[in-house]
Design a protein around this ligand. Structure first.
Ligand code: NAD
Length: 371
């Protein structure tokens, strides 16, 4: 199959850019999936892909996912992603990221990059030397820094919306919540849940983290085998993906699943199955959009207060997903996609394709988005 056929088989992408610089060993692909709502935003992943097709498949899939995430979050952003082919432990150099930054810059704001798996804030600094079209840069450079507290606050908002839907009240006081994973997102979420008065159970494969969090808040720690199947009201996966799978699904006792982890359903059919089992699933990419909201605010000129305020929208977004699921009698995982598609059609239809701009000031972005 030729490259164009391969690309069209993986979705309706607007543009796919191959970036090559022999001197620094750069081989990268940028995929712009959709800019109907605004400039395409998505991180740069560096991975030791075995083949170029594998890298292309990944960038096409991930950029499409970003279109849905941004649209469902109510942001004026499109979906894009980049992959650099190489070993993040061995192949990084200043030259590599600066050369990549020049390619990003050549797109004139049609694509905005950020950190992802295999890249760090330090790499973003090198891209930033060549292009202003990078977000998630350190606070010292006027950026927004670590997005996790915002992601976690969004998860809390999603959880409250899900509690309202399932239990009739969005108060989490006394609710039994199991948090799987106590990393950046999970530990911040626990802090919020403590303030809410929830009864919290925690687990992590890293026993130091378990000890630190459970001792600080006097919480009950469970083993990593127990946490998914604990007798709780809400299960919050905040570690890795595919936790809802053929093996786990029938053993889950929680009535609600709402967490920060990406790709919680091993396959889409597990979303249908959760519906049949009467377990309310708050779709991951709607719930964990707080980090994306935070970088969006960075593009406007960063204010932590505004970013925090924005993450409150996750409550309404998740509620809307439940409304669509009830309206169309479908699982919430499908309702989330439908919500995103409806917004792209309605709002995106008002605009032409995003043309890119050389100035990233708030007024400029707003201007572009209001065209
Ligand atoms: P992290 O690496 O800081 O934390 C993950 C934690 O999960 C670690 O403490 C790890 O030890 C633990 N863990 C791994 N396997 C486990 C298991 N089987 N059982 C229990 N614990 C386990 O990552 P993070 O930034 O907190 O992100 C967590 C999840 O949220 C990821 O899926 C990530 O893609 C997603 N996410 C994060 C953000 C963000 O702002 N950081 C935004 C959107 C989505």
């Amino acid at each position: 199959m030729g490259t164009f056929d391969f690309i069209s088989k993986h979705g309706e992408h607007e543009e796919v850019i191959y970036c090559y610089d022999r001197n620094v060993g750069l081989k990268a692909i940028i995929a712009i999936h959709n800019t109907a709502l605004g400039p395409a935003l998505g991180g740069t992943r560096m991975w030791n892909y075995k083949t170029e097709d594998e890298a292309l498949t990944d960038v096409l899939r991930l950029s499409r996912g970003m279109t849905y995430k941004a649209a469902a979050a109510g942001l004026n952003l499109g979906g894009g992603k980049a992959v650099i082919i190489g070993d993040p432990k061995k192949d990084k150099s200043e030259g590599l990221f600066r050369a990549f930054g020049q390619f990003v810059n050549s797109l004139n704001g049609r694509y905005i990059t950020a950190e992802d798996v295999g890249t760090t804030v330090h790499d973003m600094e090198h891209i930033f030397m060549e292009s202003q079209w990078v977000t998630g840069i350190p606070k010292e450079f006027g950026g927004s820094g670590d997005p996790s507290p915002y992601t976690a606050h969004g998860v809390l908002m999603g959880m409250k919306a899900a509690a309202k839907e399932k239990f009739g009240s969005d108060s989490l006081r006394g609710r039994r919540v199991a948090v799987q994973g106590l990393g950046n997102v999970g530990s911040n979420l626990v802090n919020y849940l403590v303030t809410e008065g929830a009864q919290i159970f925690v687990a992590d494969i890293d026993q130091d983290r378990v000890k630190a969090v459970s001792t600080a808040h006097k919480l009950q720690a469970l083993s990593t085998d127990e946490i998914l199947f604990a007798d709780v009201d809400i299960l919050s996966p905040c570690a890795m993906g595919a936790v809802v799978n053929d093996e786990s699904i029938r053993k889950i006792k929680a009535k609600v699943i709402c967490g920060g982890a990406n790709n919680q359903l091993a396959e889409s059919r597990h979303g249908d199955q959760l519906k049949e089992l009467g377990i309310l699933y708050a779709p991951d990419y709607v719930v964990n959009a707080g980090g994306l909201m935070n970088v969006f605010v960075e593009l406007e000129g960063y204010s932590p207060d505004r970013a925090f305020e924005k993450t409150r929208h996750v409550y309404d977004n998740v509620s809307k997903v439940f409304e669509i699921a009830a309206r169309d009698k479908i699982g919430t995982h499908l309702a989330a996609d439908r919500m995103a598609e409806e917004r792209i059609k309605k709002i995106g239809g008002l605009r032409t394709r995003h043309a890119g701009k050389s100035n990233r000031s708030f007024t400029t972005l707003k201007e572009v988005n209001n065209r």
